[in-house]
Unconditional design. Structure first.
Length: 296
């Protein structure tokens, strides 16, 4: 592991400012600067850059795991080439990139960009249970006549892996037809109000129990699962979200040897002073440290 001193316009080329050789890495990260289906506040295409920038300025020691990020072997590929306005092609490119990383026996990490990109990773794994930390269900069949919208990503994912293999944590924003679909298909979820009222530990136990039969787990974190007080820089802010500590406590229980990859999406830098990107960077640091502590 070496310190990466190569910066582009003041932004480190590699996440965290450190770069492990691809062949020696355990994790491979790439960005997807795409936000063409944003329905309220666009800007998440700037997320990967902002997350990298703040990542090089966070301290590396994890108080949760006792792991120093400098000991995490991660290779940053840079950003995937996206096609603005073409979700299908961008999803295909994400899928191919994840398949290549998986073929090299490494753990893929995706930085968004909008949530739509998660579908590419889900298609690459196919047989993994999907845990979506999100204020929204994202289970619409289509949004603005688009079936590949960020508002439909878990609907499309459920078609890939089956509704019983989708778990939503932190939900608090939906509409009647979507709620009916959740009930009809038996989508398992826990709301942000449940977590706030009962605490993170019962929520973590709930999630672990419902993942007990899964052989593989893919984690997707839409940063708007957090309350806007913690993460204001998002495209679709919703009040009454959970806090950063609660999110990390639940992740600490969910992250185990079955996790095959994860993403952090919907960071939209134009709407805050960098705090949301800092939280996103911290999430990547901590999840990698959790997996490292497991011997990954």
């Amino acid at each position: 592991m070496v310190k990466d001193s190569f910066y582009i316009d003041g932004v480190p080329r590699a996440f965290g400012g450190f770069q492990s050789e691809f062949s020696k890495s355990d994790f491979v990260l790439f960005g997807v600067p795409y936000d063409s289906t944003s329905s309220f506040r666009p800007g998440s295409r700037f997320g990967p850059r902002a997350i990298r920038e703040v990542s090089a300025n966070l301290e590396t020691w994890s108080w949760r795991t006792g792991v120093d990020y400098e000991d995490v072997r991660l290779h940053d590929l840079g950003d995937v080439s996206i096609v603005h306005g073409d979700s299908a092609e961008t999803i295909r490119r994400v899928q191919e990139t994840v398949e290549d990383i998986r073929g090299a026996r490494k753990v893929p990490i995706l930085l968004g960009g909008e949530h739509t990109m998660t579908l590419g990773a889900v298609r690459a794994f196919k047989d993994a249970a999907v845990v979506s930390f999100d204020a929204h269900f994202d289970l619409r069949d289509e949004y603005l006549s688009n079936k590949l919208s960020h508002a439909c990503v878990m609907r499309r994912s459920s078609e890939e892996v089956g509704p019983g293999n989708v778990l939503v944590v932190g939900a608090r924003a939906s509409y009647a037809e979507e709620v009916d679909f959740v009930k009809k298909k038996g989508i398992r979820y826990i709301s942000s109000l449940d977590i706030i009222r009962s605490g993170a530990q019962p929520a973590a136990a709930w999630a672990k129990e419902r993942l007990s039969g899964a052989k593989k787990v893919y984690i997707s974190i839409d940063i708007d699962v957090l309350d806007p007080a913690f993460a204001p820089g998002v495209g679709n802010p919703e009040p009454e979200g959970i806090g950063t500590t609660a999110l990390l406590d639940i992740l600490n229980a969910v992250v185990d040897e079955r996790v095959v990859g994860f993403d952090v999406v919907e960071v939209s830098p134009p709407y805050d002073n960098g705090s949301t990107a800092a939280v996103a960077s911290k999430l990547v640091f901590e999840i990698c440290s959790m997996m490292k502590s497991l011997g990954r």
